[in-house]
Ligand binder design. Structure first.
Ligand code: ADP
Ligand code: MG
Length: 598
């Protein structure tokens, strides 16, 4: 007796569903793609409970006759390609012919559709992959799909779903991507009976972006368009200096298909090398149009990834075009692209740190020849009770009373280079202290203490700062509102996706309120500020605050620098900043002698 058997269709579909439909947003994606492929100019998406209870996608596209409707639920049934070579001329989102059967195998699936020639529409019901009925129905031309009880028959998959808020954020993001991809179609998105956005047909991408991301963002964007050797790059990119803490607003499309593509992302990030500080990501809503034969979209069942046949060419084209546009904007404004001001950095001090990613001459000189970082011997001085954390920014660090001019560890201040590197002479040789890194460490430990003691003061803002967020970050913010309120923020919600910052922690410059909040939300989104573990969350907040928001004091004289060292060595871990970078490096006498070939 044979032990190998062909799987029944229903099982095969459920297995395929595992790849194509990993979460409710994937259902929405497949259905919206089908509507667009069917030439719809009006698409309505509605969902409940993060999509697991109910998803409806309705369009005014071509619709299907009864035979086609039945066939569309068979595996590998597609009207979009006939042979593999058709992939090279692909003009549709779909081509694999597996979305509908996969979805129908793991849900209660209702399809109502009518093409323009027919009088009656067709209604089909499938439940968990089992055909229930097909019959005539009345309906306008177009298609309506209702997917409910998603994954009810696949408990393993259901378990992997995240909270409703998270799943709904994914759906919202997905519909936005397609709304951006096809501004000429009107989109409506409804969650639990509330409209999240209703965007009529738009003529430009800029209009669409404003419709769904809010008008605030468009001030930071430049329109761009470049054409070269069969390639076209167009859309919107962030102005020099307009960066984000995460990649979520760096959105790319290839032949209108929203994709995650490394070549494109890296090319974009590289193009902003001088226009954004390190660690900031550009804003972009960028479309690459390219001969379909030069790109492989059949890399992944969900089609989120694509592969270019000539990556080098694409990369060069993107970098060249984006750089040109950035330069043009700088010329028009009569300035060179100014690096974004890092919150917490006073203008005058920004210069040596900011040339994003390009090492300053001093840095590049230092990078190679310096020996591997080797910490000095230092004496651990535990935080004296009362003495340490007290002063609140922007007061310069006060020297501890007993220290006198020279820190106990015997560093003698020589001078400050590039406003950042403090040079000290020591018995063992020379020390270069990164002033900012040292400050970050001191503030980090200070803030952690404050948070632990629960004594975080708030300064009320005279003028509340309005902040408009997208749906995902709104959900995140609402989730952590009480945590933030317990740590010095006063934030109130006024209207969907709109917030008002009315107070900020004492240590923060009110001017940084919005950018810090956005950074913080970015970190939340990356899962950095853990929701459950309060200690971890506080730790992350302290880290983010010390690295991104705490102002540097202005004084850079001997007294201040010496006090800084004293405070640094009063920290529990003076050797590194909160992100693990060294706070100082040492050059010993023997190292100096060796390098000068003495
Ligand atoms: P694919 O999109 O890869 O072809 P699907 O399983 O998503 O595969 O859909 C199967 C077929 O059903 C499509 O090729 C199309 O002919 C038809 N179809 C699906 N959705 C719609 C719709 N909203 N309007 C018209 N036809 C549709
Ligand atoms: Mg499809």
């Amino acid at each position: 007796m044979s032990t190998i058997r062909i799987l029944p269709d229903r099982v095969a579909n459920q297995i395929a569903a595992g790849e194509v439909i990993e979460r409710p947003a994937a259902v929405v994606k497949e259905l919206v793609e089908n509507s667009l492929d069917a030439g719809a100019t009006r698409i309505e998406v509605e969902f409940r409970n993060g999509g697991r209870a109910y998803i409806r996608v309705e369009d005014n596209g071509t619709g299907m006759g009864r035979d086609d409707a039945l066939l569309s639920l068979e595996r590998h049934a597609t009207s979009k390609i006939a042979e593999a070579a058709d992939l090279d001329r692909l003009a549709t989102f779909g081509f694999r012919g597996e979305a509908l059967p996969s979805i129908a195998s793991v849900s209660r699936f209702e399809l109502l559709t009518r093409p323009s020639g027919d009088e009656a529409g067709t209604e089909i019901l499938v439940n968990g992959g089992k055909f229930v009925h097909v019959r005539d129905c009345g309906r306008p031309v177009g298609t309506r799909l209702v997917v409910s009880h998603l994954f009810n028959s696949v408990p393993a998959r259901r378990k992997f779903l995240k909270s409703d808020a998270t799943e709904s954020a994914h759906i919202i993001h997905c519909v936005r991507l397609y709304a951006l991809a096809c501004p000429q179609a009107a989109f409506t998105l409804i969650e639990d009976g509330r409209a999240i956005f209703r965007s009529p047909e738009c003529t430009t991408t800029a209009d669409r972006v404003a419709e769904i991301f809010g008008r605030q963002i468009t001030d930071s964007l430049l329109v761009m368009e470049a054409v070269d050797a069969g390639l076209r790059l167009h859309g919107l990119i962030g102005r020099p200096g307009a960066g984000r803490a995460t990649r979520h607003e760096m959105i790319t499309f290839v032949n209108r298909r929203p994709v995650d593509n490394r070549t494109l992302s890296y090319a974009l990030i590289e193009s902003y090398h001088e226009a954004l500080p390190k660690g900031r990501y550009p804003l972009a809503f960028l479309f690459l149009d390219i001969d379909p034969a030069a790109v492989d979209v059949n890399v992944h069942p969900a089609k989120r990834e694509v592969r270019f046949r000539n990556e080098v060419q694409i990369r060069a084209f993107v970098i060249r075009s984006v750089l040109d546009r950035l330069r043009e904007s700088a010329d028009a404004a009569g300035v060179r692209p100014a690096p974004e001001k890092i919150p917490g950095e006073r203008q005058g001090l920004a210069a040596p740190l900011a040339p994003a990613g390009v090492p300053s001459p001093a840095e590049s000189r230092m990078a190679a020849p310096f020996p591997v970082y080797r910490p000095l011997v230092w004496r651990n001085q535990p935080l004296a009770p009362g003495a340490p954390a007290a002063p609140v920014s922007p007061a310069p660090p006060a020297p501890a009373p007993s220290e006198g001019k020279s820190p106990r560890i015997g560093w003698r201040y020589v001078g400050l280079a590039h406003e950042v590197y403090a040079l000290f002479e020591t018995d063992a040789g020379l020390v270069l202290l990164d002033r900012r890194a040292a400050h970050e460490r001191i503030w980090y430990e200070r803030l952690r203490q404050q948070f632990a003691s629960g004594q975080v003061g708030t300064q009320r803002l005279l003028l509340p700062v309005p902040v408009e967020l997208d749906a995902i970050t709104t959900a995140l913010l609402l989730d952590r509102l009480s945590f933030l309120q317990g740590h010095g923020f006063e934030i109130s919600e006024f209207g969907r996706n709109f917030f008002r910052v009315e107070g900020v922690p004492e240590w923060m410059d009110p001017a940084d309120a919005e950018s810090f909040l956005r950074d913080l939300l970015g970190a939340l989104r990356e899962g950095l500020v853990a929701a459950k573990d309060l200690d971890l969350a506080r730790d992350e907040l302290a880290r983010l605050a010390s690295v991104r928001a705490v102002r540097m004091p202005e004084g850079t004289g001997e007294e201040e620098m010496t006090a800084l060292v004293t405070q640094l060595f009063a920290c529990q871990q003076p050797l590194t900043n909160p992100t693990g970078r060294p706070t100082f490096i040492e050059l010993s006498h023997s190292e100096l002698a060796r390098r000068f070939q003495k």
